[in-house]
Design a binder for this molecule. Structure first.
Ligand code: 4NP
Length: 162
């Protein structure tokens, strides 16, 4: 079993989308039970809250239901449990590296896997922004996730072998 944790600041906008997108791809690849997905925030500001309406709505538009998710902060227990920590932006990345001592080989930026390189490696924070900001974030995460799955396939071919 591989354990993947997506991390942003509030765990209500970006990482819940990534969580929902990877879960859906795992299901369609028949990898349920082989890859476990979760998400968390580097802050506890929104602890216990469901995802932001903008994230719920854009996911619903693409056929995903993320309404069951609840925000939680990253915990020290996560550092042992998760194989990969995927940060939405450089600020989250540095928090995971410096405050949680996640080693480099388990820590990545979501956009490390984005085939559309535009010089910016952050998934921008859409909190409080328009529907189109959430749509841009969704598309960025969705295409990056395919790159991340390719990475996992290369690193863990046994998991994908059926
Ligand atoms: P997220 O977005 O990190 O993608 O969940 C944010 C949500 C809330 C806040 C900031 C970013 N906030 O300042 O409360």
């Amino acid at each position: 079993m591989l354990n993947i944790l997506f991390v942003c600041l509030g765990n209500i906008c970006r990482s819940p989308i990534a969580h929902g997108v990877l879960e859906a791809k795992i299901k369609s690849l028949n990898l349920t039970g082989k890859i476990n997905v979760d998400s968390a925030g580097t802050s506890s500001w929104h602890r216990g809250e469901h995802p932001d309406p903008g994230s719920i709505e854009v996911c619903r538009k693409y056929g995903l239901d993320i309404t069951g998710q609840k925000s939680r902060p990253v915990s020290t227990k996560d550092t042992e449990q998760f194989n990969y920590f995927i940060a939405m932006d450089k600020s989250n990345y540095w928090t995971l590296k410096n405050e949680y001592a996640i080693p480099d080989e388990r820590l990545f930026l979501m956009r490390d896997f984005d085939p559309n390189k535009d010089g910016n490696r952050d998934v921008p924070d859409p909190y409080g922004m328009s529907d189109s900001a959430f749509e841009d974030v969704y598309k960025m995460i969705d295409r990056s996730m395919d790159g991340f799955l390719e990475f996992l396939k290369e690193k863990h071919p046994d998991i994908f072998r059926g």
